[in-house]
Design a protein around this ligand. Structure first.
Ligand code: SF4
Length: 294
C-alpha cells in the first residue's frame, strides 16, 4: 500500500482498509492537534488512488468489509472524485459493506445538502466529525475553523443527508477551571442533543508537544484538569444527553476510564460507574498516565 506520511484512523476502523485520498487536513489550524502539521494539504491524483484500489485487490484486502478514506478530511474531495472512488471500491471489493471518512466542519459546509445526499447515496455511509466542544468561544479559541453555529449546521447537514454520524468531543479543552468545566459540559451536551448523531466518543485533552496549546500550558496560561475533574466533566456530559439510542464510548487511549453504553438508556449505569470512581478518588482505578496517549 502506498501512503504519504503518518496515517491516522478512528479506533473503530482498525479492521478497515485505509485508502489515502487526501494528504493532510484542509483546515490544519486547530491549536491542540499535531496530526497533520508536517503535511501540506493536497488531494492525491485520482488515477493514483484508483491504482491503489487495483493493487489492494491483489492482496487480502480484497476481502475487506470496511474502508476508511484518509487523511484528515476526505469529505473535502470534489463530488466527482468521491463518486469515482466509491464506485471503484464497491466494484473491486465484493464483501464491502461500509465506507467511512473524517469530515471537517468547514469542508462539510462547502458541500451543498444535495451534494452530501449524492455521496451518501453512492455509499459513503459514515462521517466522523470532531465537534470537540459546544462552546462557541472555545471553538474559536482552538481555531477549529467554525464557531458553535457552524459546527451544529455541519453536523445537521450530515444527519439530514443520511450519514451515520459519529461525533467526537474532547473534555478538558477548557483547562482546569470548575466553572468552565460545567459550562463546557452543558454546551457540548446541548450541541450533541441538537445535532442528533448516532455515535458519540469523548476523548480527554492531553497537551501535545509542538502545538500552540502545549505552549499555552507550558507558559502557565492554561492549567490542566486533574483526572477526577476530567471524569466529573464526562459525568456532567453524560447526564445532560437527552437523545435516545446514542452509542457512547470513551474507549480512546487518552481517557482515564473506558465507558461504553447507549444513552440515555444506560445512563444510570454509566453514572453509577463514574460516581463509584469519583467517590473512591483512587488513582489506581484509572488508566495510568504512562498508558494514555492521543
Ligand atoms: S480539523 Fe481535525 S485533523 Fe484538522 S487540525 Fe483540526 S483536529 Fe486536527
Amino acid at each position: 500500500m502506498r501512503y504519504e506520511g503518518d496515517i491516522y484512523r478512528p479506533p473503530g476502523e482498525w479492521k478497515s482498509y485505509l485508502l489515502q485520498c487526501t494528504v493532510g487536513c484542509s483546515n490544519n489550524t486547530c491549536t491542540f492537534c499535531d496530526m497533520y502539521k508536517a503535511k501540506r494539504y493536497h488531494v492525491r491524483p485520482l488515477e493514483d488512488v484508483l491504482e491503489d484500489i487495483q493493487m489492494a485487490t491483489g492482496t487480502f484486502w480484497r476481502e475487506a468489509e470496511t474502508v476508511f478514506l484518509c487523511d484528515g478530511d476526505a469529505i473535502d474531495l470534489p463530488v466527482d472524485y468521491l463518486l469515482a472512488v466509491l464506485a471503484a471500491l464497491y466494484k473491486s471489493f465484493p464483501r464491502l459493506r461500509r465506507v467511512t471518512t473524517y469530515a471537517g466542519p468547514l469542508s462539510t459546509l462547502r458541500k451543498s445538502p444535495e451534494e452530501l445526499r449524492t455521496i451518501r447515496a453512492a455509499g459513503l455511509q459514515r462521517a466522523y466529525l470532531g465537534v470537540e466542544t459546544g462552546d462557541d468561544a472555545l471553538l474559536r479559541h482552538v481555531k477549529k475553523g467554525v464557531g458553535a453555529e457552524g459546527m451544529l449546521e455541519a453536523g445537521r447537514r450530515l444527519v439530514e443527508a443520511g450519514f451515520d454520524l459519529w461525533t467526537i468531543v474532547i473534555t478538558g479543552l477548557e483547562g482546569g477551571d470548575r466553572e468552565a468545566l460545567e459550562r463546557n459540559a452543558a454546551l457540548t451536551a446541548k450541541m450533541i442533543n441538537d445535532m442528533g448523531p448516532k455515535h458519540l466518543s469523548s476523548m480527554t485533552y492531553m497537551p501535545v508537544e509542538g502545538t500552540p496549546m502545549y505552549e499555552e500550558v507550558r507558559r502557565g496560561e492554561m492549567t490542566l484538569q486533574t483526572p477526577f475533574e476530567s471524569l466529573l466533566e464526562v459525568r456532567r456530559l453524560v447526564e445532560q444527553i437527552e437523545l435516545s439510542g446514542l452509542h457512547y464510548t470513551s474507549n480512546h487511549a487518552s481517557n482515564y476510564l473506558p465507558i461504553k453504553g447507549t444513552l440515555k438508556e444506560d445512563r444510570a449505569r454509566i453514572l453509577a460507574q463514574l460516581d463509584q470512581v469519583l467517590a473512591a478518588h483512587d488513582t489506581s482505578l484509572l488508566r495510568d498516565d504512562a498508558m494514555r496517549g492521543l
